[in-house]
Design a protein around this ligand. Sequence first.
Ligand SMILES: Cc1ncc(COP(=O)(O)O)c(C=O)c1O
Length: 358
Amino acid sequence: MKKNEIDTPALVLDLDLMEKNIRSMSEYLKGKKAKLRPHVKNHKIPSIARLEIEAGAIGVAVAKVSEAEVMAWGGIKDIMVTNQIVTESKITRLVNLAKHCDLTVAVDNLENIKQLSHAASKKAVRLGVVIEVDVGHHRAGVDPGKDAVPLAQATLASRGLTFRGLMGYEGHISLMEKFEDRKHECMKSMQKAIQTKDSLEDAGINVDMMSFGGTGTYNFIADYPEVTEIQAGSYVTMDVVYRNIGVPLFECALSVVSTVTSHPSSNRAVVDAGLKVLTDDQGLPELDGVDGVTLTKLSAEHGHLDIDSSSVPLKIGQRLTILPSDTDTTINLHDQIYGIRGDEVEVIWPVAARGRVT
Ligand SMILES: Cc1ncc(COP(=O)(O)O)c(C=O)c1O
């Protein structure tokens, strides 16, 4: 099948660009202590995770137990769940999965450590534990410093659990527009992480794993000698928001191909790609390759375009390429991704963990 034979709207991944992004990250981290643990909540596809691992990633990070299940079935051996898993049914699934892969989970409270230990020892499995530190994002995580000490001590004293170290995510920084601001804020957030590591070491606790960083911050976080892992996920598909703030090295590999279905007036047109195939949580997606035409709104089934008087007129039936503003939430809307090389469709990957939110 040729790219222009794919029915629209459709999610399309440029394999050359994706492979280049994987190579660029791998080369960037060469010689550094920090290795990549890609957050595969972005693409949700084990085949892409395996390509990242072949290029040097040490395993994957996931957001949900169900994503971990899909990755383990897809042959991934080292998986970290970057959220707190607190309900009995999910903890049961977690410990069952720990029989099949090296599984680590993030905690930020003592009660959860007790729950995990009880379930892991009952099933005679070992579960890795990292303490999540709030490095300024104010989502989950313990306050930086000594609050992590009782949690690490409890983990070390608990049957079925292995204490690994610390994780966090500086999501409050990743979309900052200025390079210098991102760098400066990363320094402040890493101080919080390092202060927490120091508190644990002062209490005689070994911290092997220090897992931080995303696509907007990898190039600052990876320079800290304390950091062992970078959790960047979006770098591999890459959205226009990260591109527009100047995140280095990566190119937008993912797009939604759409068709112009209506051209009611010379300055307005409509494409068949709306909120059911694109998201606007990080602002509007952008059109690629057409000058003077702007995507101004997404409704459920339609993308609304404004056309400059200077632009070449669009034609009904014309195909337009749209670059997502958030590849993470966009991919989750699709059953499959068309992997293209040049004009040819080379592979169609099911988005295996699509909608896996439990
Ligand atoms: C815990 C954690 N780590 C890493 C990331 C990676 O972010 P990105 O996809 O922007 O690289 C995220 C994104 O939300 C996250 O929540």
